[in-house]
Ligand binder design. Sequence first.
Ligand SMILES: Cc1cc2nc3c(=O)[nH]c(=O)nc-3n(C[C@H](O)[C@H](O)[C@H](O)COP(=O)(O)OP(=O)(O)OC[C@H]3O[C@@H](n4cnc5c(N)ncnc54)[C@H](O)[C@@H]3O)c2cc1C
Length: 288
Amino acid sequence: MRRFDLALPTSVDDCLQILAERGEHAKLVAGGTDLLVQMKNGVLRPQLVVDLSGIARVRRIEGSAGQGLRIGAAVTARELEVSPAVRGPYRAIGESAALVGSLQVRNLATVGGNLCNAAPSADMAPPLVALEALAVIAGPGGERRVPIADFFTGVRQTVLGPNEMLIELDVPAPGASSGGQYLRHTPRRELDIAVVGVASQLTLDGARCVKARIALAAVAPTPVRAMAAERALEGQAVTPEAIERAAALAVEAAKPISDQRGSAEFRRHLVRVLTRRTLTTARERASA
Ligand SMILES: Cc1cc2nc3c(=O)[nH]c(=O)nc-3n(C[C@H](O)[C@H](O)[C@H](O)COP(=O)(O)OP(=O)(O)OC[C@H]3O[C@@H](n4cnc5c(N)ncnc54)[C@H](O)[C@@H]3O)c2cc1C
């Protein structure tokens, strides 16, 4: 590990000031579970590391089922897993957080780090896409809000500009009868990354689906929405046949590669199976 300076800002403004002065040579650190690995193996060599853990605004979770949820970028996976606010319609967020690494990793790993690292397999992205969260970004020009589905621009690339930081995720209330689930396939039960991940969120009016959102991970450079599958469900009763049709349509949104962890064909099969399972659970949770 090369030597580096450490800055410990206590507010978003302090952090932006540090980035304005030394941003070119700096990296933000939240939990460090991605960054430190990249620094140790020499992929990144920042002169300055800016630790976000002292900034209260990025550490809080606020909200409720009816009001929407605000999740600070430096909230850890473990905090999301156990938070009473991340229940009901937001349950898939906690489920995805609970799958990250091991307990030790989850005590450090943050939602903002997961999103800003922008790995195609990032587990915490799909439920936030399915819940139509907004990324609140602060930078030299003030604050801006970007739908999380548009936050990712490629493998390990995001819309974050120079000297910008993600400060929170703003998750709108999805409606009274809404439920979701996140599932992923990994060959090992723990400490493995998703071969495919799927989040589904359904909002119902009686038996009829008023909104369906399905987000897929690890089947393209960025998380993708299965829009044809969503359209096939909206306005319809969510029957097993409708779910099966949507699961088949979701496969068309996937553009997987073959690698040592799974062939493209296997990944397409997983999209179908996981979409069917998550939609079935989402329907149950929305009607509960
Ligand atoms: C053993 C192990 C197992 C893992 N298992 C999983 C897994 O199952 N699923 C999974 O998805 N990931 C997994 N990961 C990856 C990692 O733990 C997650 O991506 C984690 O959420 C990253 O968060 P962090 O706070 O540690 O990020 P950091 O390492 O602190 O930061 C990651 C990147 O994001 C940037 N960044 C962080 N916060 C901000 C911000 N607020 N604004 C702008 N940029 C920011 C940093 O500069 C850095 O480039 C694993 C990692 C390890 C080491």
